[in-house]
Design a protein around this ligand. Structure first.
Ligand code: SAM
Length: 339
């Protein structure tokens, strides 16, 4: 069969599954309390795809070339029995009969309790979001007064369960950029790769301003001045992070420069919202409803054909085309579609 590519020649390789739009954190740049307060209408349980529905869609994607599935949210660990979903996904084969790579992105708050069960269920690796080691700054960023030590305990638990760990830190000027070196120092030599993410204009509720972005170039310069770095080749053509290695052998860092050095050209990611809408770009305004056909009895062949048609038509490259004007247009929220 012809390999599936979109209109810009990009294959479909990664699926990001948002399994809930809820989160126990209210990170100021992602789910600000003023918008996601007590009255916010989150999705109802019946609106969410069930684990069986998620597995069915994933199997269809795997048949079209997807090799990596990332479970995200919202906070995926707030969805009850998430390890059962991992079990279902771990049983799905890739198009060439291999195993799916199963990753999960979490704020780490429940990882100490969940890590072992997730590893036993077949999770391949975990990414923990951690924006600061400074307890006061961390509590202010998550805006629910959650202590940083519990996330660090979660990272330790994941490593003890045998899960490779990456740590993602979004850098927002004035909020946590004072903590870059402390983060780098903490994870140097730990075996966990730390990745810094440029603050992005996702969604429409975080009041994003270009002045708040700390560029990857600045991040690498500031860390490199303290511990010299050299670039490392990307592992995959669709990698989001550029890699840098410490010259003294203490491991590496990554920088995700989606604002200052966009990487749409290699984007092979499809994203499914918790209610089953398929988005072909993180910055899209609209998705394609898969829940209705799923619940109305579409066959596997019909489902696969629908996915194939959506991907084949894809032309999105928002970050490469970003202007001040497009940055202020309505877009899907990160907490709804997942990171
Ligand atoms: N709750 C999980 C977590 O904390 O990792 C998964 C979902 S969260 C939306 C995924 C990632 O998106 C987190 O690392 C978060 O910091 C990042 N994120 C949210 N808003 C962002 C923004 N405006 N710019 C860059 N990254 C953002």
């Amino acid at each position: 069969m012809e390999p599936l590519v979109d209109r810009l020649g990009r294959p479909l390789e990664t699926l990001r599954l948002s399994i809930t739009d809820r989160c126990n954190f209210r990170c100021v740049y992602c789910m600000p309390k003023e918008v996601f307060g007590r009255d916010h209408a989150f999705l109802e349980r019946r609106e969410l795809l069930t684990f069986e529905e998620l597995a069915r869609v994933t199997a269809a994607f795997a048949g079209l070339g997807v090799r990596t599935v990332r479970i995200t949210g919202g906070e995926p660990l707030v969805r009850r029995n998430v390890e059962h979903l991992v079990e279902l996904l771990a049983a799905i084969e890739t198009a060439d009969g291999g195993k799916l790579e199963l990753a999960l992105t979490t704020n780490g708050s429940a990882l100490a309790q969940k890590a072992e069960a997730l590893a036993a269920a077949g999770l391949s690796r975990v990414t923990v979001s951690l924006d600061s080691l400074d307890d006061e700054a961390f509590r202010a960023l998550n805006d629910v007064d959650f202590p940083v030590q519990r996330v660090l305990d979660g990272i330790d638990a994941a490593a003890a369960a045998g899960l490779p760990v990456k740590v993602n830190a979004v850098v927002k000027r004035g909020a946590n950029d004072h903590d870059l070196l402390a983060l780098a120092e903490h994870f140097r030599g730990s075996g966990h790769v730390l990745r810094f993410i440029e603050y992005m204009d996702v969604g429409s509720t975080n009041g994003w301003r270009l002045e708040d972005v700390v560029s990857a170039e600045e991040i690498v310069r500031r860390i490199g001045e303290r511990w010299p770095l050299e670039p490392v080749a990307a592992e995959r053509p669709d990698a989001t992070a550029r890699r840098w290695r410490y010259l003294d052998g203490a491991g590496e860092i990554g920088v995700v420069a989606s604002v200052t050095q966009p990487f749409c050209g290699g984007c092979s990611r499809a994203r499914l919202s918790a209610e089953g809408r398929l988005y072909t770009c993180l910055f899209a305004a609209r998705g394609h409803d898969l829940r209705a056909p799923l619940r109305l009895g579409a066959s596997d062949v019909e489902l696969t054909e629908q996915l194939r048609a959506i991907w084949a038509r894809r032309t999105d490259r928002y970050s490469e085309l970003r202007t001040a004007e497009t940055a202020s247009l309505p877009k899907v929220e990160m907490s709804y579609i997942g990171g």
